[in-house]
Design a protein around this ligand. Sequence first.
Ligand SMILES: [Fe+2]
Length: 327
Amino acid sequence: MPLIPIEDNFTDVIAKAQRGYGVSDAELASRAEITAEALAAVKGGEANLPVLRRLARHLQLSPDALEILAKKTAYPRAPVFPRGFAFFNTRHEDMTVNNYLVWDNKTREAAIIDTGADADELLEVIDTHKLRVKHVLLTHAHEDHVAALPRILAATRADVWLHEREPAAAVPGARLFGDNDYFHLGVIAIKCLPTWGHTPGQTTFYVQGLSWPLALCGDSLFSASVGGSPTHFREQVKNTRARIFSLPKDTVIGPGHGPLTTLAHERKYNPFFAPDRLAPVEEKKPAASDEAPAAAEKRPARAAGKPAGPRPGKPSGPLGFHGRRKR
Ligand SMILES: [Fe+2]
């Protein structure tokens, strides 16, 4: 497979942070003490490093990591899994989207994580390894992540699973899982980590039992960036930091878009999470809509004893946002 480009460039990262934290061009230029023209030039793609570093400090971004992203001097390298894991990158409209296959080598039980847009290669691998697909696990319900579901269901007898805070109507027939639920494939355990924000039920599937710990995170995290969110960006960054950046350092990250990466790489090179990320000069008061999912988390636990969210099929915030296009 040829190298997959890093999903977002420095202008995408600035735009996502600006939009997500609600900072206008005028505010940003004023706080960073740069001219409107200098800001427009950077947003247009001019890698003016001193200006970039000033902007980073006022967008809760790491100046060092943003500079490295602009200079294109870092690219993630993930280790090879000798067995039990396959990664697919398929074209969807004007972009590509990732999906994954995880299996237990002894029992041949398998799970598909997101569907991608084209299932040909996925079904070939399933056939080659004689796998029995038990589950299709969806990180979220956005169309690019579920596009090949009809083809997959026609070829397998798998159950489809979607988080209970995602819109059930988007995936008819899906069964619902909750925060911190587990799935099992032989000796492999898959935990559903709540990394919501990009969508109300956006989930990271944390896989243990393969050669390396593995986090399949949909649009929670990209190499050197994050997915967008029009209403819950702060929560998305916070949840991603809390649930993904607390995983073991050798965890391999499988994002919904862009190349495979590692937690160690993102700790160093992701502008949203690198260690020199500075606090903003001033915080804007969150909009009322920012608070809805947090309130939902305080609801009583469900009968099954798991933390409850909004009712299945009733998303707690707007859906359908992916940043520049569908991510
Ligand atoms: Fe998405």
